[in-house]
Design a protein around this ligand. Sequence first.
Ligand SMILES: C[S@@+](CC[C@H](N)C(=O)[O-])C[C@H]1O[C@@H](n2cnc3c(N)ncnc32)[C@H](O)[C@@H]1O
Length: 264
Amino acid sequence: MDTTTEADVADKWNRNADQWTKDVRNGYDTYRDLFTLPAFQAFLPPMEGLKVIDFGCGEGSNTRRLAEMGARMTGIDLSERLVEHARKTETETPLGITYKVSSFSDNTGFEEASFDAVISTMAFMDGPDFQGTMREAFRLLRPGGFLAFSILHPCFITPGVQWQRDAAGQTTGLLLSRYFERSNFTETWKFGDRPRDEEVTPFAVPRFPRTIGDYLNAISDAGLRITRVEEPRPTPEACEAVPRFARWRDLAAFILLVRAERPS
Ligand SMILES: C[S@@+](CC[C@H](N)C(=O)[O-])C[C@H]1O[C@@H](n2cnc3c(N)ncnc32)[C@H](O)[C@@H]1O
C-alpha cells in the first residue's frame, strides 16, 4: 500500500520547485534537452490546432514546447509553486497556455470529452494513483482523441537498480532488482550536469514503482486502446555530446513512451 499521499507529493515538489525551475531553465537537465523531450516530440502526431492538456506540467518547459508545435495547451500540476513559475513565464512570454493546480488522478474539473489529447512527460511514476489517472484521461478525451506519455522505463529503473562495472570501471550492464516491489520511496538527486562547485539541496522526489503490466493494464482497464509503445534510444549526436548516454543506447532502455486512444 502507498503511504505517501498526494499532499506529501505536492509538499515535496513545492520544496523542489525553485531549484528545479532554475536548473531546468539553465539547461542542466541534459536528459530532457537532448534525449527525452526530442524523443517524445518525435513520438507525437502533428499537434497543430489540437486542444491538449499536459498532466504534471511542472514549471511548464515541455508545455511551452508543445504550444510551439501549434497545440492549444492547458497544464495541470499538484505543486502550487511550480504552477506559479509556469504562470509567470506565460505572463512574460505569452503562448496562450492556461495552468491550473490540480491532481491528474482526480476529477480535474474540466468538461468531459473536452480535449483532443492528454499528454504527460516524466510524471506518472511520481504520482500515487495511476488507475485514477487513466480514468481521468479517458473522461477528458473526446472519442478518437489520444493519450501520449513518457515515463522512466518500469522494467529497467526498478527500486534497487545499479550499474554493473568491470575491473577497469567500465559500465557493462544494469543489475536489476526488486522489480515487483511496489512500496513507494523518496529518491534524492540533483542534475548531473550542474556545476560541481555550486552547493544545492538535492531534490526529494516521491516515486511509485509499478510493473509494466500495472501500467499497460490500467490503460486498457480505463477503456483506452493502446496504439503504440516505444523505447527510444539516445541519438548518435546526443551520445557524442553526453558520452554517458551511450549506456541507454547499448545496455538498457531509460524511458517508455506509450500512445493510446479513446475509441470513437
Ligand atoms: C519529474 S516532474 C516532471 C514535470 C514536467 N512534466 C517536466 O517534464 O518538466 C513530475 C511532476 O509531476 C507532478 N505530479 C506528481 N503527482 C501528480 C499528480 N497526482 N497530479 C498532478 N501533478 C503531479 C509533480 O508535482 C511534478 O511537477
